[in-house]
Design a protein around this ligand. Structure first.
Ligand SMILES: [Zn+2]
Length: 59
């Protein structure tokens, strides 16, 4: 199931892919902060929404 992870503050796409990644890995991929608004992603569950998508082309 494809996965999307977006910053809750600015909606920036942090991760998009077919593999489910743990929150810690997505945080590390983005250097610990949102690259757009700079929000710190230490408490991933509060800052970021992760949701499955049926079809990446539609998202
Ligand atoms: Zn952001």
């Amino acid at each position: 199931m494809p996965q999307l992870a977006v910053c809750k503050d600015c909606g920036h796409l942090l991760y998009k892919g077919v593999d489910l990644k743990p929150a810690e890995e997505i945080i590390q991929l983005n250097g610990g902060t949102c690259p757009k608004c700079g929000r710190k992603l230490e408490f991933f569950i509060d800052n970021v929404e992760i949701f499955p998508v049926e079809d990446l082309e539609k998202s």
